[in-house]
Unconditional design. Sequence first.
Length: 241
Amino acid sequence: MKTKILLVDDDQNLSNLLSQYLRQSNFEVLAAPNGPAGLRLAYNERPDLVLLDVMMPGMDGWEVCTRLRELSDIPVIMLTAKAAEADKLRGFQLGVDDYVTKPYSFVELVARIQAVLGRVKKEHKEAGYIAHGEIVLNMEKYQATVGGRNLVLTPTEFRLLEVLVRRKGRVASESDLIREVWGNERNDPALVRRYILMLRKKLEVDPAEPVWVRTVRGFGYRLDTGPLKLPEDNKPSDNKL
């Protein structure tokens, strides 16, 4: 799958040119002309990295970054003409991963994107993380998140999710799950179904319409990559923004 980049910038000409260059560099690109639209795309599409302009009318990049950080630790690169040290410090205090001042070359920006993504991947690997899409498991602390949201799982639920994550979208039969989660001495398909339901209740927005743990009829279960859709109460709206 291509790396998904969200570009939030009110300069339409620059946005079009940069989006075209990023696509030519083998990225999938989502573009938003303002902060509220960028937040909606971030919530619904779960990009791998955000390129965020600072100086935008209405909601500026500082506020967008603050709200993104409330959602997850998605990598953010600030794009701005504000080159003062105080502005850079403010960005890093908000948790941005890099700060690129205008004018900049597209070649340099792509290099910085790759550097940030590589650093994040390395940090996850060194910290004992495994991931599939927006689902990330910290194997040292036995913590699980989906789209930055913490999941409170029992040890068995965590082990079940780990088995599905490690399969990277490949189907796991009920007998596979029994063997890998409970051991060869157990043979109870109903036990698998019960824990799949319990896992969906914690993982899915709507357990009756799962977008993560999918049933493959006649074969078993597979873990998809979303997309994650927030409940209506948690979606940003123009009135709130």
